[in-house]
Design a protein around this ligand. Sequence first.
Ligand code: SAH
Length: 387
Amino acid sequence: MAENTPTPEAAAEAPAGATSLPLVFDEPRGRRKPPRHLADLAAPERKALLEEHGLPGFRAKQLSTHYFSRLVDDPEQMTDLPAAQRGELVSALLPDLMTPIRVSEADKGTTRKTLWRLFDGALVESVLMRYPDRTTMCVSSQAGCGMACPFCATGQGGLQRNMSTAEIVEQVVAGARTLARGEVPGGPGRVSNVVFMGMGEPLANYKAVVGAVRRLTDPTPDGLGMSARGITVSTVGLVPRILQLADEGIPVTLALSLHAPDDELRNDLVPINTRFSVDETVDAAWHYAEKTKRRVSIEYAMMGGINDQAWRADLLADVLQARGDWGWVHVNLIPLNEVPGSRFTRSHDADMEEFVRRLEAKGVPVTVRDTRGSEIDAACGQLAAAE
Ligand code: SAH
């Protein structure tokens, strides 16, 4: 797309009555939009976009099939498209979105972290984790993050920008391609789960994230055809957005990064808590569970001497059970992944065990999350994309 042609989206966002200025004035260098890609659009919009370019609309379906079903990215292999038009079709709907800069592997190649450079130079990371029974892609939704949680590596650099729907989806499709091509030990496979636990606060980039969830769950070839049950959106707790997500009609799993059961501590660990208190946040999560009938995950990173006291386990159980005891919630304890230079350290095993015992004694389901990928800085909270 030419740099100074306003995209339909930009035009739609222009205030009514504004004369149409070249985009270059509206969006200074470095603030341009990511290339428009078919994954940004619902199927009918893809057709319309081709027609706007003077291209045959029915080709959109073929392009979608290459992208989402056949997982083909080399235009040479799209032999059902007329050779003379192939270049134009591909640049209209399948432009390059991101370039892999580095791949790091652990667990004998079954954990793979990819560092990506986006069109404007922003860096993000995604992680593929293959287990015997499933393969999970952990994706980024923003370059950087504005939530400033002091124990999280991503939070230290601030927010650079929101990612587009297609940039989010492309991380999953790239993982699906490597699996389909047998490049991950264990034979050809597919992505069964997606977690929005990479860089960024997904609900601060709501529209693009919901768009990505739709593309992941749209049946092939319009989307990847995944089950919403396999998708987890993790949030610091942007209450109005949690309530909005409950009304979208896509029953993804909600993970709430609580990390403390009391406002005094949570104000420090998750600074947005000064806007939305523990009570308001847990109420919103409860509402999400009620509405979607999906069990909410409470994320709790265990930090030595900070949030791992036995009395806080008791308080956490009380806070959750005050909303009902019908199994609406599940606690995921994450042994803190230590970030170099950080004052936060991982809890001792004995404290972690006592914490689990206290929750179980009050009937709260709890599991301790594995910390796969920590040795390649690919575990939760370690993604910093330093280059
Ligand atoms: N912004 C979203 C997604 C962030 S990453 C959110 O906050 O939920 C996913 C999870 O990793 C969050 O629960 C986050 O709090 C947690 N996390 C961040 N830093 C961590 C660290 N150093 N060790 C363990 N978990 C961490």
